[in-house]
Write a protein that binds this ligand. Structure first.
Ligand code: C5P
Length: 421
């Protein structure tokens, strides 16, 4: 199956006896549909010739940091930009140590450092004792914390005659895990409930209290969740946006209406993404007739609306719940507080008001930036179009959802990846 169609894989090969297996990996990556460019460290060329990789990848092999001719017109920055994913396989103990230190003294290390938000995956391969050493384990732990995806190693008999962990993961397993980074079907079979837009709280038949939410972020998220293979139920407040393809939409006006519809839909959902800017208060009494003006001061008696997100999480504790936090100050603190107060699984925080100017503004704008927080982790998604951001967010939600469903699947959180803008 061509699980990597059109994907650009920059394969880094380092000095490990398993380097010869990388030749087959190039062939398999191309069979999976990927375009492959190879960067070799000096150590790797001791094991396999660059010619082998050139023949298999159909592209010049990149070897030296400062030799522009051999870099075939692509410097380390261009190479990093070119890639949809950087895969270092095999990754030697020495390379892992250099990666951890952030070295840039050879081409591959410099490319990894310049990769920014390009997902970086490493497939360690080394002697079992070297793998088990405290230094390597510490390096791997740090890399995992920084969002580097670790593929393997496998256990078994090694080239040096020892038996244990340190064998390069099979090409097949690596390709499957890489494909998951771009998985269009990462939410297939799941039902995602999304709330979007503002609510309107009637004062009388012609007036209401509301806010500036355009609903764009929620609609983009609904579309991204469909793309990721989910069945998507969108509960929208009053907005002027077309329904994204294949999204099941219910329109509501007030917070109370949204509350009832969402609590009903939550029964069937696996994930709830609460982007709606629900009005916190409603007039205690919505008048049947239009309120007449006079010269006296008018006081509105307001009642608090129920917190829909908190109510959903309370009634359906197994539902993976994502809240939004639009803040004008103390973004990280308020977001963390929301995470704990509402008992939810993730908070996507963004600036609003004057502070949002630096990030292009959230309400009504086509662009946004998000800072994601979950228990024990966070990830910043830089300013981008709401569509692009929604895809990134859905991808992170899909990963965290898997861990939430199977908390023991990766206790170190190594599968938390950097997302490319
Ligand atoms: O507490 P705060 O309003 O800042 O929290 C924002 C998050 O809570 C958003 O995800 C929003 O959709 C949700 N919310 C809600 N019901 C409310 C108020 C906010 O579901 N009444």
């Amino acid at each position: 199956m061509q699980v990597l169609t059109n994907k650009r894989v920059l394969l880094g090969v380092t000095g490990s006896i398993a380097a010869y297996k990388a030749a087959d990996l190039v062939r398999r990556l191309r069979e999976a549909g990927a375009e492959v460019r190879v960067v070799m460290t000096r150590g790797a060329t001791e094991f396999v010739t660059p010619m082998t990789f050139q023949a298999l990848s159909g592209k010049p092999v990149h070897l030296h940091l400062l030799d522009t001719e051999a870099e075939a017109g692509m410097g380390h920055i261009e190479l990093a930009r070119w890639a949809d994913v950087i895969l270092v396989a095999p990754a030697s103990a020495d390379f892992l140590a250099r990666l951890t230190q952030g070295r840039a003294d050879d081409l591959l290390a410099a490319v990894c450092l310049a990769g920014g938000r390009t997902p970086l995956a490493v497939a360690p391969a080394m002697n079992a004792q070297m793998w088990a050493s405290a230094a390597t384990q510490e390096n791997v732990r740090l890399l995992g914390q920084r969002g580097v995806l670790r593929l393997g190693p496998d256990e078994g008999e090694q080239a040096c005659g020892e038996v244990g962990a340190g064998r390069l993961l099979s090409a097949e397993a690596m390709i499957l895990q890489l494909a998951q980074l771009f998985a269009p079907g990462s939410l297939s079979g799941r039902t995602v409930l999304v709330s979007a837009g503002p609510t309107r709280e009637a004062i009388d038949p012609v007036r209401y209290l509301s806010n500036h939410s355009s609903g764009k972020m929620g609609f983009s998220i609904a579309a991204a969740a469909v793309e990721a293979g989910a069945r998507v139920v969108l509960v929208a407040g009053p907005v002027v946006l077309p329904t994204p393809d294949r999204v099941e939409r219910t329109d509501v006006i007030s917070a109370m209406e949204m509350h009832d519809v969402i609590l009903n839909q939550a029964k069937e959902a696996d994930i709830f993404i609460s982007t709606a800017a629900v009005a916190d208060y409603r007039p205690a009494l919505a008048l049947d007739e239009k309120l007449k003006k006079d010269d006296s001061r008018l006081k509105l008696d307001l009642l608090p609306n129920p917190d829909i997100l908190a109510a959903v999480k309370q009634q359906f504790p197994r539902l993976f719940c994502v809240g939004f936090a639009a803040e004008t100050q103390h973004l990280a603190d308020y977001a963390q507080q929301k995470l704990h107060k509402k008992g939810i699984d993730m908070v996507a925080a963004n600036w609003v008001g004057p502070a949002a100017k630096a990030t292009g503004g959230a309400f009504g704008s086509d662009e946004n930036a998000l800072h994601l927080f979950w228990c024990g982790g966070e990830l910043e998604l830089e300013q981008a179009s709401k569509d692009k951001l929604a895809r990134q967010l859905v991808s992170v939600i899909a990963q965290r959802y898997v861990l939430h469903e199977r908390p023991d699947s990766d206790s170190e959180g190594n599968k938390v990846i950097n997302i490319k803008r």
